[in-house]
Design a protein around this ligand. Structure first.
Ligand code: NAD
Length: 433
């Protein structure tokens, strides 16, 4: 647990980070790597624990008790996923980085202070790393999501509560609401607990933000073979309880599913409301290629940053690789090191069923605009290309056990080289994949 500072008196930091998630942890790593000394860095955080690799929460954290690997703190503090120091609370103490516990409620850009509770913290340079929060289905008129055993998954505390419920459940039924990253990763983990798992989502296929129907059908067939049921084109209208305890869900189509536990993953909303003086675009703080917002003393990183896309226009990215890299970029810029422009090559991945001897992994690089074409690349793998103006702009590999590190490198090269398109199987073969 953290030993945070109480802020009865005004505090002042040369570099102040708002948010204590993974991006904040990677920003601390970069400050330390650049030799910024003790007492100069403060982190305002609501979470009771030091920054951790959030992707683990829907993967190894949820692995069944029989799994060889079950992520638990302090084992997955930042930066274990990025190959850096294991930044435990002791690490921050040693480096003289102070945590201030609470939620930042306002930023005074002219006075250069951030309000937290009844106090204010002053800054020289400010790095905003407040991430995103789960969208609640109650916002869409769904009732009962406050019942016991209906879970959203964003923080370690929420994941811990879910695991506690799973451990006391033994056997039973789970409904997963949503067919995106959280839905797929949680369904894959929870079926391993011997539970009867059903996914429900409104689209015609899973992972509709990235996959086309053909890619999705490959993955859905794997899910079906591993015992997960998928209800498409439908949504939950209500969670129904008895004595405050979840008993079933009612579907918009009129049906009903009994369940003991429900997990909801229907998207995220960036946390930006506390700094209305900064320019917004695509629901995030607009930043330049130095991650600098419309105020020159303020930087934004991770999920909340809307940055110039290498493909033209601007973009926002809710994935860990960008959180890590944008953190490093903003710190270098805040220190006046004039880093090269942030020309980020988007990278997303998922790892599913890792606790089995037949895991599924997909890796995607590039831009997902344009037409997507799929090719079978063997008995247990598929590849997909996204094409624009005769060039490959995005590429994905998915399979069981999934692409090797070498194949991932080749996939990245294929996209970075803007290779000519063609028959997808031939393009992959030419790239050595
Ligand atoms: P998502 O955007 O990946 O998926 C949202 C899903 O919600 C959609 O696929 C859709 O099926 C579903 N949906 C929308 N409205 C619905 C409704 N009314 N009823 C039922 N389903 C509905 O978002 P997520 O899975 O909630 O993930 C949240 C955030 O966390 C995202 O930013 C995601 O990128 C991030 N995340 C990423 C990873 C990864 O990169 N591997 C893993 C976990 C979470």
């Amino acid at each position: 647990m953290l030993r945070p500072t109480a802020i009865r008196m005004a505090k002042n930091f040369e570099y102040l980070i708002v948010g204590g998630g993974n991006a904040a942890g990677y920003a601390c790593r970069e400050f330390v790597a650049q030799g910024v000394g003790a007492g100069k860095i403060g982190v305002i955080t609501e979470e009771p624990v030091a920054p951790y690799e959030r992707p683990a929460l829907t993967k190894a954290y949820l692995h069944p008790p029989t799994a060889k690997v079950r992520a638990r703190l302090p084992g997955f503090h930042t930066c274990v996923g990025g190959g850096g120091d294991h930044q435990t609370p002791e690490w921050y103490n040693e480096k003289g980085i102070e945590f201030i516990h609470g939620r930042a409620s306002a930023v005074d850009l002219a006075g250069k202070t951030v309000s937290v509770g009844d106090g204010a913290v002053a800054y020289g340079k400010l790095i905003l790393a407040t991430g995103a929060r789960s969208l609640k289905v109650s916002q869409f008129g769904v009732t009962g999501d406050d019942l016991r055993h209906v879970y959203y998954l964003r923080s370690e505390m929420e994941a811990a509560e879910l695991v506690k419920a799973l451990e006391s459940l033994g056997s039973g039924k789970v409904v997963i609401v949503g067919g995106g990253y959280i839905g797929l990763e949680c369904a894959a983990a929870l079926v391993g607990w011997g539970l009867d798992v059903t996914m429900v989502f409104p689209e015609a296929h899973c992972m509709s933000r990235l996959f086309n129907a053909e890619l999705a059908s490959w993955l859905e067939a794997e899910y079906a073979a591993r015992g997960i049921k998928i209800l498409k084109g439908d949504t939950v209208a209500a969670f129904v309880g008895e004595g405050g305890q979840l008993k079933s869900v009612t579907l918009k189509s009129g049906g009903s599913l009994d369940c003991n536990i429900a997990v909801v993953g229907v998207g995220a909303a960036p946390n930006v409301e506390y700094a209305p003086g900064l320019a917004l675009e695509q629901r995030g703080f607009a930043v330049n290629d130095q991650m600098q917002t419309s105020d020159p003393n303020v930087y934004a990183i991770g999920d909340i940053a809307t940055f110039p896309s290498r493909y033209g226009g601007v973009t926002r990215c809710e994935h860990v690789d960008h959180a890590r890299k944008s953190a490093s970029q903003a710190v270098k810029a805040a220190l006046g090191l004039n880093p090269e422009a942030y020309r980020y090559l988007p990278y997303f991945y998922s790892r599913l069923f890792e606790y089995t001897d037949a895991p599924i992994v997909f890796n995607f690089f590039g831009d997902q605009a344009g037409e997507c074409r799929v090719a079978a690349l063997g008995e247990k793998s598929v590849g997909a290309l996204w094409e624009k103006d005769g060039k490959v702009v995005g590429a994905l590999l998915m399979g069981s056990p999934g692409p090797s590190p070498e194949a991932q490198g080749k996939l990245r090269e294929l996209v970075e080289s803007s290779a000519e398109t063609g028959n997808p199987a031939e393009v992959f073969a030419k790239a050595g994949l």
